[in-house]
Write a protein that binds this ligand. Structure first.
Ligand SMILES: Cc1ncc(COP(=O)(O)O)c(C=O)c1O
Length: 474
């Protein structure tokens, strides 16, 4: 079904749209809040509104900001609204990007180039917490900036006691997250800012997750440590519109305290036969629809709307935290302060990955984390409607897993456990790469659907084979 030729003649629009709807058959059921990552969905009416705004500008291109002045105006207004939320100063400036990863990549490129130009740094490194989002590791690889890691302490919080010593003359930036993805902890930004400032190294705060919810949690009276431009050492921040901004996919922001720094993000090539070229971000063509949708959603929700969403999310998070702590055999990982959390097992008889399998059998879509093993939840306002059902299924999953020790040694639980714990990390990387690449083999590769319409990607089949191979060897 994946091999396909362009139809010889065009098809009826209704028929095409119908087939598209059919493609979603095996997708996660996000509309009822049964997926705990990837999607930030309020309701169909909200999606329709964002789509209507998107449609108005779906052909518009932000490549050249001087061409579509409409888009430049939206971009400037989005940046200044975000700067206001993040306590930026009068010179805070920035760019709308296509997503959190683009924003993170850009920060690394900016600071690498700034250090190259102003300090002649040719072997750049950056100091980042080991819990930094994987986008930062991607940036390190793409841009040739060595990542020096700050470990976590016993509480799974970033240990900054060695931050000063990790920095040297080749350090181009330091990173803190608000919050980090794996456990939802806000890094000690004020302390990191003081150390970075003393060494005159820029500190970027990755608030891709927190940027559109922490400000409103604070307005609702929740006490948080300073995490944004209020900290003098913070020189830039990223905040995603397509996460807790509830915008359509494809919109994030990167903000700098001053234009001199932002200039290092920009690309200019004056000798191109296609004309003198200047671009503020990674992409060439930039999707006008995503800007329009983000701008429109911000106008529609306003401070009151976001505060309400933040309050509903915080209630769901608190209910989940309390419920998880009450289930014998589970424990929260670290001390989540924002909208997401992760939990693991506190009982050797309860394999958390087996619990994840049980949840999935009950129709929940969950992410697994590792080091330590756990289940992740990116909580949205929508989840307030399903928290009780989730906790009930979680409690019964734990009971089932405790009563059936074999569940930890079979299926996904065994495979994920193996992937997390095999000491040969290079081998895991190589096999994941092979398997992942298979999905991109000509014709769509291995992303087959079984008869029930469930995905059966090769990765899972490979993991099953690997488990069987290990079992034979031991
Ligand atoms: C802290 C953090 N930074 C960056 C990103 C990357 O965002 P995106 O998936 O939009 O590229 C994420 C995604 O979850 C994140 O949690």
């Amino acid at each position: 079904m994946t091999h396909r030729k362009l139809p010889d003649t065009g098809r009826a629009e209704a028929e095409v749209l119908d087939e598209l709807r059919g493609f979603a058959r095996a997708d996660p059921d996000y509309k009822s809040g049964r997926i705990w990552s990837l999607v930030y969905h309020l309701d169909d009416a909200h999606d329709d509104f964002a789509a209507a705004a998107y449609r108005q500008y779906s052909s518009a291109n932000g490549l050249n900001p001087a061409a579509f002045q409409s888009l430049k105006r939206m971009e400037s207004q989005i940046v200044s609204m975000v700067a206001g939320l993040l306590h930026g100063g009068p010179d805070t400036c920035g760019v709308v990007t296509a997503g959190g990863t683009e924003s993170c990549l850009l920060a690394v490129k900016t600071y690498r180039d700034m250090a190259r130009k102003t300090r002649r740094v040719t072997r750049p490194n950056m100091v980042i917490p080991e819990t930094a989002h994987v986008a930062w590791f991607k940036a390190a690889e793409y841009f040739g900036v060595r990542a020096r890691l700050l470990p976590v302490n016993g509480e799974l919080a970033t240990d900054i006691s060695k931050l000063g010593r990790r920095m040297d003359g080749n350090t181009v930036m330091v990173l803190g997250s608000a919050p980090e993805y794996p456990h939802g902890t806000i890094d000690p930004i004020a302390e990191m800012g003081a150390i970075a400032q003393q060494k005159a190294i820029p500190l970027h705060v990755d608030a891709c997750v927190g940027g559109f919810i922490l400000p409103f949690m604070e307005m609702n009276g929740i006490d948080l440590p300073d995490w944004d431009f209020r900290v003098p050492g913070v020189s830039s921040m990223s905040a995603d519109l397509h996460k807790y901004g509830y915008a359509a996919k494809g919109a994030s922001t990167i903000l700098y305290r001053d234009l001199d720094t932002l200039k290092h993000q920009m690309f200019v090539y004056q000798d191109w036969p296609g004309g003198v070229f200047a671009s503020p971000a990674l992409l060439g063509t930039r999707p006008g629809g995503a800007y329009a949708a983000a701008w429109a959603v911000m106008q529609k929700l306003g401070v009151a709307g976001y505060r309400d969403l933040a309050a509903r999310t915080a209630r769901a998070v608190e209910a989940l935290k309390a419920g998880i702590e009450e289930i014998d055999g589970l424990r929260l990982l670290g001390h989540p302060q924002g909208p997401l959390l992760a939990y693991g097992s506190s009982d050797p008889a309860v394999s958390i990955y087996a619990v994840a399998d049980q949840l999935e059998q009950n129709g929940w879509s969950v992410n697994r984390v590792q080091n330590p093993d756990g289940i992740h939840a990116m909580v949205t306002a929508k989840h307030a409607e399903v928290t009780d059902a989730y906790l009930a299924d979680l409690a019964s999953a734990v009971t089932t897993v405790r009563a059936n020790p074999d569940l930890a040694r079979t299926g996904h639980a065994a495979a994920y456990g193996m992937m997390a714990h095999v000491p040969l990390r290079g081998m895991v990387k190589a096999r994941v790469l092979d398997t992942f690449a298979e999905m991109y083999r000509a014709g769509g590769g291995s992303l087959d659907l079984d008869e029930a319409g469930h995905k059966a990607p090769l990765l899972e089949r490979w993991m099953a084979k690997y488990v069987a191979w290990r079992a034979r060897r031991s």
